[in-house]
Ligand binder design. Structure first.
Ligand SMILES: NC(=O)c1ccc[n+]([C@@H]2O[C@H](COP(=O)([O-])OP(=O)(O)OC[C@H]3O[C@@H](n4cnc5c(N)ncnc54)[C@H](O)[C@@H]3O)[C@@H](O)[C@H]2O)c1
Length: 325
């Protein structure tokens, strides 16, 4: 039997707190070399401005594959930019255990990783969040930051003001939080202890000269080597951490472009988040420094989320069992 889990099933079995804990274990395993992942493998459809990719991963004794699409024009169609489906297999036999919605899980595991990075890299007294991009991922980023820090105020900037307005309407009620709309990018930098970049912009969102000392930046948007959300200045003035060096150095234009300009070296990356979690690399070392976590997204995040969802769903008897044979 294969357990089918819809978005509403997943909403009942995945909490952000548990998601962050599960990612913490997964990233420790990744840093210890116990995780097996391959680079994201994608087929691009230029005419549709879209691509489909597969992301298999093994870790924490779980085995999953996400099939994911990214269609940049979907916002106009009232569809998510990123959609996915996850297959969870038994690591011993290979048999399919579950098939579940990967769109909700993408939001949870991406937001959850933002929360985890901020828990270890942002100042403990961080209380203000500024977000660039008011789309799907921006929602779970804020939910996760509220889990790990005492957030009192948030601000959002989107190049399409209507999207920022909808975001504020939805998220201020949901989180009982004051959220303002920024008129311009620099408003976010002036007001925020934690800055999140999670837009679909292909060019830098702000002038790195304006980042305040002590800021933590969670950079989650663009993962194409020739595009970026952050300028070179931002990279140069930050202590830079990544999710996984191999992936970041092949996908993250935020880092690859400054490296190709000869202004930043790969050995200037302090380390990956798992190393910080294990204590083998120092995280934040002063209240004044600027820390930056760049994530391109890894299959192991989906694997951690899918196995957590599966275990909880079995325990709570949620979902529909289907015989595919
Ligand atoms: N690192 C990861 O694991 C991970 C996971 C999922 C998505 N992503 C990335 O996160 C980004 C956002 O994904 P999403 O699903 O929320 O997309 P989305 O389409 O729902 O939202 C993106 C938002 O960014 C806004 N935007 C575009 N250019 C901007 C600019 N210059 N300034 C401010 N706002 C701007 C758009 O108007 C839109 O509201 C994408 O780049 C996606 O590839 C990363």
């Amino acid at each position: 039997m294969v357990l089918m889990l819809s978005r509403s099933d997943l909403e009942q079995v995945l909490s952000m707190g548990d998601m962050i804990d599960s990612l913490e274990e997964a990233f420790k395993e990744l840093a210890l070399g116990k995780v097996f992942i391959i680079p994201r493998s994608i087929v691009v459809l230029p005419k549709e401005e879209g691509w489909i990719g597969i992301m298999p991963a093994y870790g924490m004794n779980s085995f999953s594959t996400k099939i994911v699409t990214l269609y940049t024009k979907n916002f106009e169609r009232n569809l998510p930019t990123i959609m996915g489906t996850i297959v969870l297999n038994d690591p011993v036999t290979g048999a399919v255990l579950a098939i579940m919605d990967g769109t909700f899980i993408t939001g949870m595991r991406t937001g959850g990783l933002g929360g985890l990075a901020a828990k270890y890299l942002s100042r403990k007294d961080s209380s203000t969040v500024g977000i660039f991009g008011a789309g799907t991922q921006a929602k779970t980023q804020l939910v996760a930051l509220k889990e790990v820090r005492n957030i009192s105020d948030a601000m959002v900037y989107d190049s399409v003001r209507e999207r920022a307005k909808s975001y504020v309407d939805e998220m201020s009620k949901k989180l009982d939080l004051q959220i303002k709309i920024a008129d311009e990018p620099r408003d976010i930098l002036r007001a925020s202890d934690i800055v999140v970049t999670v837009s679909t912009s292909k060019t830098p969102l702000f002038d790195g000269k304006e980042i305040r000392p002590g800021t933590h930046i969670n950079a989650f948007g663009n993962y194409k080597p020739d595009e970026r959300e952050l300028d070179t200045e931002t990279i140069l003035k930050s202590r830079v951490f990544v999710d996984y060096e191999e992936a970041a150095l092949s996908e993250a234009g935020d880092l690859i472009i400054p490296i190709n300009e000869g202004k930043f070296r790969r050995d200037e990356i302090i380390g990956n988040l798992g190393e910080v979690l294990l204590g083998s690399k120092p995280g934040r070392t002063s209240a004044k420094e600027i820390t930056l976590f760049k994530s391109v997204g890894l299959g192991i995040q989906d694997c951690a989320a899918a196995s957590l969802a599966y275990r909880n769903a079995v325990r709570k008897k949620i979902g529909i069992n289907v015989d595919l044979n």
